[in-house]
Design a protein around this ligand. Structure first.
Ligand code: AMP
Ligand code: MG
Length: 487
């Protein structure tokens, strides 16, 4: 049985999108199907894997009930405003409801040219498609809100970038594809009616509690701000760097979206950048909270016409909401890192304890993931691994001593503390060199390393034997210094 579509975006006014079917491809071949996600969505696995299902996932067949369209949006890219971006290589097929009644977009990415393609070919290639697959699944297993890949299909057609690559289509599942840039699109056109319709739509779909408020649009803004503050804190807690936090890549629903040149850090440094297109480090690890704040300010500006008839008052309302972001982020960040340190009671000096650890980490070039994982062992007395991670430096020993003193304020038994810490400090992350190796093998038709990587990433908290090789940082010759965008 095919998707059972239940569409809502397609019923918004025509200026929200351009109707467009995916462009068929030569020879679709299923590369990977996300069986777990299909199960969660109540989809028919055998149909998805059948020639008919694959034809839908490749864009060769538009199933009954789909209302394919390319969404309109704008965006600030690296600080500069582009009034029209839109889905240049993606098609929203429609929406489905999960067995729990939750609504999800089914989008094909790499599905051919659209009205918004500008000079682009509307296509994607296998490397970035599988990269997005891996990263989304890793994030999901880490408990971080994210879009996910349902399938990757090879098209049998070449895609031309610097070289020729095998084309592919990703089926992306998202709570929605509404972005900060979607609001910017209508704000730039001073189309207040569309802004209101979009805001009402988003409230109904993602922030129903805001609809109950006496100031729904303010409540919407606050809701988006809160979800982003929480999301960025979660990213920082696992060493994730998005890489392209443009406003068109920031989801209104609060999910991680548009995995391009993103990366998980190995050795910790707050200024770490991997993206080849981020030359100034605008989207460096430690800049992400400020950038989120900046992006949310762009959203607040868009909402001004809705916040109050008196634009002076509207500005005050928007400013107050925006000014709450740093505090909200700091609280979320503290909560995440307290948990990483095994602390359950909130004390005023915790913030220093956390930032001092991060500073020692940066100075001693410790591995972010393994440093925190070793701290779990230190919680039950074995400090050697932790100290080794920090090059046995005096500052690390001194920090451990302070951490132990801090325990006196904690009610929890050491064993319980360690086991809780192991649920917040992952053993495995998608290390760049492992991701690159899996992608390189997949391009040579060997899906073994990809399958193995995905299997290990599905259980990031466990000490299973299978995961050990994936826990090692790269050898010097394996270090990935740059990641590339998926275009
Ligand atoms: P991204 O960098 O993937 O967030 O995309 C930024 C904008 O460029 C969006 O409007 C995309 O739809 C568009 N875009 C990216 N790659 C392509 C492509 N190969 N063909 C057409 N449009 C593209
Ligand atoms: Mg994008």
């Amino acid at each position: 049985m095919s998707f059972v579509f239940n569409n809502s975006y397609a019923h918004l006014p025509p200026r929200f999108y351009v109707r467009q079917s995916p462009v068929p491809v030569l020879a679709p071949r299923l590369v990977r199907l996300n069986r777990e996600l299909a199960g969660e969505l109540g989809l028919d696995l055998s149909w998805l894997a059948s020639p008919e299902g694959i034809a839908v996932l490749a864009g060769n067949h538009v199933p009954a009930g789909a209302e394919p369209l390319a969404m309109a949006y704008a965006g600030h890219q690296f600080g500069g405003f582009v009034p029209q971006l839109g889905d240049g290589r993606a098609i929203l097929l429609g929406e489905v409801l999960s067995p729990e009644g939750e609504r999800f977009d089914i989008q094909l990415k790499g599905s051919g040219r659209t009205f918004f393609s500008r000079g682009g070919d509307g296509r994607a290639w296998l490397g970035p498609v599988l990269r997005e697959f891996i990263m989304g699944e890793a994030m999901h297993a880490l408990g971080i809100p994210t879009t996910r890949a349902l399938a990757a299909v090879a098209t049998g057609e070449p895609v031309f970038r610097d070289e020729e690559f095998p084309g592919a289509v990703l089926t992306r599942v998202a709570r929605s594809h509404v972005r900060v840039g979607t609001f910017e699109y209508f704000a730039a056109r001073q189309d207040t009616e569309a802004l209101r319709q979009l805001a009402d739509y988003v409230i109904a779909r993602h922030y129903p509690e805001a609809g109950q408020s006496d100031r729904p649009y303010r409540a919407l803004l606050v809701g988006v701000i809160n979800r982003q503050a929480d999301l960025i804190a979660r990213w920082l807690a696992v060493g994730f760097i998005h890489g392209v936090m443009n406003t068109d890549n920031m989801s209104i629903a609060g999910e991680t979206i548009d995995y391009g040149p993103c990366a998980f850090m190995d050795t910790f440094h707050p200024e770490r950048v991997y993206s080849s297109i981020d030359r100034d480090g605008r989207y460096a690890y430690g800049n992400q909270p400020q950038i989120a704040h900046w992006n949310l300010l762009r959203l607040a500006e868009c909402l001004l016409p809705l916040l109050d008839e008196d634009q002076g008052k509207a500005r005050e309302v928007a400013q107050a909401a925006i000014d709450a972001f740093p505090g909200r982020f700091k609280a979320a960040h503290l909560e995440r890192f307290r948990a990483k340190l095994g602390l359950t009671v909130a004390l005023p000096d915790d913030s220093d304890l956390i930032s001092d650890l991060l500073q020692v980490m940066a100075e001693s070039h410790a591995d972010f993931t393994n440093g925190f994982r070793a701290l779990c062992d230190a919680a039950v007395g074995s400090e050697a691994g932790f100290l080794k991670e920090f090059g046995d430096c005096r500052a690390a020993k001194e920090w451990l001593r302070r951490w132990r003193v801090r325990w006196e304020q904690e009610p929890m038994e050491a064993d319980l503390r360690a086991s809780r810490m192991r649920r917040t400090n992952p053993a495995v992350i998608p290390r760049n060199h492992r991701v690159e190796a899996a992608l390189a093998a997949a391009l040579e038709q060997d899906l073994g390393p990809l399958d193995q990587l995905l299997r290990v990433l599905a259980s990031p908290w466990d000490d299973q034997a299978e995961s050990f090789p994936y826990r090692s940082p790269p050898e010097p010759h394996e270090v990935v210094h740059q990641t590339f965008c998926g275009t």
